[in-house]
Write a protein that binds this ligand. Structure first.
Ligand code: HEM
Length: 191
């Protein structure tokens, strides 16, 4: 009984910011460039969800509570959902679906390639997150899903190249990311 409640709570917590931002956009509360603000919120949300997904294993070891692992797939899929909406906002609001501009855009905003690389990793991991793929891939499944760390590095570099002045938030995200990567490399291993 506690498990569905826990999963349901996490589902609501992940859904609420989306509903709130879309409500704000619809009410005209996101300023003169709502598309850009939405894009930024979704990108930041995807990064936070990525960090949270990677935090679950260390949290489980620290707290000795197995409940964290119950929401790993759910959080990972939410991260993919936010990142996909972020990509859609880019295509809709910045590119206006004018794909002939893409070549010029990539020269002007090379960080997009890093974001796209991170999104491709999220896509691959989402497609293989089901029980069938887990069974089929066997031991390789865990190895494949460690690609999320590479996705995190790409997302952090994506953000670093965008920053114009505010390094504070980037340092915070990168600091948490570094701790998670170091913990993966040198911390306690899963049995
Ligand atoms: C699918 C490919 C992606 C594209 C085309 C893309 C594009 C963009 C663009 C155009 C911006 C705004 C840049 C500006 O302010 O001038 C941005 C910001 C950002 N993106 Fe992405 N992105 C992608 C993937 C990702 C992924 C996978 C993540 C994280 C997991 C991410 C995280 C962020 C963050 C955190 C920001 C900054 C938000 C802020 O300013 O608060 N992006 N992205």
């Amino acid at each position: 009984m506690a498990q569905p409640l826990w999963r349901c709570g996490v589902f609501m917590l992940a859904l609420l910011p989306l509903l709130f931002w879309f409500y704000q956009a619809q009410q005209g509360l996101l300023g003169p460039d709502p598309g850009k603000v939405l894009l930024e919120h979704l990108g930041e949300g995807a990064l936070i969800l990525m960090l949270l997904t990677l935090s679950l294993t260390p949290l489980q070891r620290i707290t000795l509570w197995s409940g964290w692992s119950l929401i790993r797939r759910q959080l990972g899929l939410w991260c993919f959902c936010y990142a996909s909406l972020h990509l859609m906002s880019y295509l809709a609001f910045l590119l206006n679906f004018d794909f002939s501009r893409l070549n010029h855009e990539l020269w002007e905003r090379p960080y997009i390639l890093l974001g796209f690389g991170a999104w491709l990793i999220l896509l691959l991991l989402s497609l293989t997150s089901n029980a069938f793929s887990r069974r089929k891939l066997g031991k390789n499944w865990k190895l494949l899903h460690r690609l999320l760390y590479l996705g995190l590095v790409l997302a952090l570099l994506h953000l670093l190249l965008i920053l114009r002045s505010d390094f504070g938030s980037w340092m915070l995200y990168a600091g948490v990311g570094l701790i998670l990567i170091l913990n993966r490399l040198f911390g306690l291993r899963s049995p």
